[in-house]
Ligand binder design. Structure first.
Ligand code: S3P
Length: 174
């Protein structure tokens, strides 16, 4: 079994994913980290040099690769990856999808001063957060097997909640 974490930038996918993997004894992978390692560039450099379209193609290539190789792992995916419809088939193939839900205000608070997200690097970052989050939320929701509101939770609490929900699902299917 694999678990996939989806959600907006700043929803805690990477932090929670690492902790969740550690707790379950699973391996951890993150699409942004795999892309950066493969390209030997940061996400910001890839956007600046090759553009967003190129980055989105890399996301799909990585998902294709992962869908053949992942086992007993937690995968955290970039916030925009679920918006490419072509990637949806990989989610189903890889495992259970967990949506870490956050409000616009939480994203603004958590990402204040962050310079690693090219989509939020302009003067209109707040407007972008509102626009992108409302555009993306229905897709995140649609893909999710489980949804967790993480606004008031620490990463450890999110992990406990995920494990509780998985146990509940498994008990229900026995
Ligand atoms: C993006 C989210 C980022 C990264 C890239 C684009 C997006 O990942 O993939 O900057 O479109 O939301 P995180 O969600 O891990 O910040």
């Amino acid at each position: 079994m694999n678990l996939i974490l989806i959600g907006f930038m700043g929803s805690g996918k990477t932090t929670v994913g690492q902790l969740l993997a550690q707790t379950l004894g699973y391996t951890f992978a993150d699409t942004d980290q795999l892309i950066e390692a493969g390209e030997e560039m940061t996400i910001s450099e890839i956007f600046a040099q090759n553009g967003e379209g190129y980055f989105r193609q890399l996301e799909t290539l990585i998902m294709e690769e992962i869908s053949h190789t992942m086992q007993n792992a937690v995968l955290s995916v970039g916030g925009g990856l679920p918006m490419t419809e072509n990637n949806h088939k990989y989610f189903k193939k890889i495992g259970k999808v967990i949506y870490l839900k956050v409000s616009e205000q939480t994203v603004i608070n958590r990402l204040r001063g962050d310079s690693g997200r090219p989509l939020l690097s302009g003067d209109d970052a707040t407007e972008m957060i509102y626009r992108l989050l409302s555009q993306r939320h229905p897709t995140y929701q649609m893909l999710a097997d489980m949804v967790i509101d993480t606004n008031d939770l620490q990463p450890e609490e999110v992990v406990n909640e995920i494990i509780r929900m998985i146990d509940e699902t498994e008990e229900g299917s026995e």
